[in-house]
Ligand binder design. Structure first.
Ligand code: NDP
Ligand code: HSE
Length: 442
């Protein structure tokens, strides 16, 4: 065993960092046995040192000084956000220190720069905790499936929104009431926008797509819609057709067709999924991700996607991997972006849709609406009308479920429908994902 300890600089000591410190201390002997050398804290950098007096001399507000110290081998970053995390990590990597980070926002915005800096110095960059908390997902994509061809990664990667949608489905409550409950119970942050507007899931989708398809995908490449506009009526409408609404992150390899080369699609939006699909029963703050690979078939990963201890578990796993590399020599897997596949525009992505309209209930209305779908090349799978029937000016609710159609065609159809005399309101347009077929039209 290497006698010289591996010295760790911890940047950030909040929800995740606190648990990293606890696990490092509680499991010191076991971690040393697994890593091949003791793993010790060299220092902990925070913004407000007075709040962390229990850490004694380890604590500092001088993060730039800590990451460049000669006695530091590994930097663990759990501050979050773009700056100062990016500058600190680039400084650490430039100085020959390996990095473990949970920072999905930074990785999704500028992971390539970090990867290049790690390569230039020949050190490790690990980030298992950045997606789906405790769930071992990135290592399987990067390592276990390195001999296979991944075709799709899709799932629930944001616990806050899954808690809200689960609560709405269970109680029939409104989005606002469910968000309030999530905030009261500590699942949603005071400013929940990164979660409810889908940005957190989009960052994770960018990281997943990059690893799965050996292609650099950034958060800006990911089509992103959140859950703010999902209503109790949408949840009830989903139930009427045997579905649940979930916020999905979907990353797909899209086949070459005609002049269009093979590409990738990465997107986040709320969608109806069959109630019988395993993702539909993922409740509360849990995460679950399906991976499909040509030889392996379907794999499902499930567990706690957030929280101090679960996330720290993933951080510690990375730390042991880095420590083993330092003890044994060599590096872990480097960034693999050789495929450089183009990201397909959202307009070409084909899904099924559930369109709910309030219409005048008179002769010819259904035909004119069906005609617009047909004119835009959108094939109707089912139509259901409720209400109306009293003649005169009575309104009816018309639900149209389509076969898979390109996003652009559906959007033009809805634009035209909204302008028809007979259509009083387009109440909602939601995607229906069966999560079992290729989803892009050429
Ligand atoms: P917290 O907000 O709880 O903690 C952030 C920590 O960073 C605090 O200790 C804070 O110091 C410190 N900090 C903030 N700014 C600076 C700075 N300029 N210099 C030095 N230290 C600073 O965040 P979390 O622990 O929740 O999240 C950390 C990371 O982990 C993020 O990237 C997040 O996305 C990721 N993550 C979090 C999960 C979770 O469940 N919380 C799950 C998966 C990933 P001080 O204590 O003095 O305020
Ligand atoms: N805010 C995130 C969630 C934390 O709700 O899942 C984990 O990234």
């Amino acid at each position: 065993m290497r006698v010289k300890p591996i010295r760790v600089a911890l940047l950030g000591c909040g929800t995740v960092g606190r648990e990293v410190v606890r696990l490092l201390r509680d499991q010191a002997d076991e971690l040393a046995a697994r890593a091949g050398a003791p793993v010790e804290l060299a220092g902990v950098a925070v913004r407000r040192p007075h709040k962390h007096s229990d850490l004694g001399e380890l604590i500092t507000s001088d993060a730039p000084g800590l990451v460049t110290r000669d006695d530091v081998d590994v930097v663990v970053e759990v501050i979050g956000g773009i700056e100062p995390a990016r500058t600190l990590l680039l400084e650490a990597l430039k100085g020959g220190k390996s990095v473990v980070t949970a920072n999905k926002a930074l990785l999704a915005e500028d992971g390539a720069t970090l990867a290049e800096a790690a390569d230039a110095s020949g050190v490790d960059l690990y980030f298992e905790a950045a997606v789906a908390g405790a769930i071992p997902l990135l290592r399987p994509l990067r390592e276990s499936l390195a001999g296979d061809r991944i075709t799709r990664v899709a799932g629930i990667v944001n616990g806050t929104t899954n808690f809200i949608l689960s609560a709405m489905a269970a109680s029939g409550s409104s989005y606002g009431d469910a968000l309030e409950e999530a905030t009261r119970l500590g699942y949603a942050e005071a400013d929940p926008s990164a979660d409810v507007d889908g940005y957190d899931a989009a960052s994770k989708a960018a990281i997943l797509a990059s690893l799965a398809f050996h292609t650099r995908v950034t958060a800006a490449d990911v089509h992103c819609e959140g859950i703010r506009s999902v209503t109790a009526a949408d949840i009830a409408a989903a139930a009427e057709i045997g579905c649940m609404i979930k916020l999905l992150a979907i990353c797909e390899r899209t086949p070459a067709e005609g002049d269009t080369p093979e590409g990738v699609s990465a997107r986040v939006y709320p969608a109806m999924i069959p109630a019988a699909h395993p993702l539909a029963s993922v409740d509360g703050a849990f995460n679950a991700v399906f991976v499909e690979a040509e030889a392996a078939g379907q794999l499902m990963f499930y567990g706690q996607g957030a929280g101090g201890a679960p996330t720290a578990s993933a951080v510690l796993g990375d730390l042991v991997a880095v420590a083993r590399n330092l003890v044994g020599g060599g590096r872990g897997p480097r960034e693999s972006a050789y495929a450089s596949l183009p990201v397909r525009p959202m307009g070409t992505v084909a899904t099924r849709y559930h369109v709910s309209l309030e219409v005048a209930d008179r002769a010819g209305v259904l035909a004119s609406i069906a005609g617009e779908f047909a004119r835009h090349g959108v094939s109707i799978a089912a139509v259901r009308q409720t209400g109306g029937g009293n003649g005169g000016d009575a309104a009816a609710r018309l639900v149209v479920v389509t076969h898979a159609a390109p996003e652009a065609a559906l959007a033009s159809t809805v634009d035209v429908l909204a302008g028809l005399d007979a259509v009083r309101a387009v109440d909602s347009v939601l995607r229906v994902e069966d999560l079992g077929r290729k989803g892009v039209a050429g």
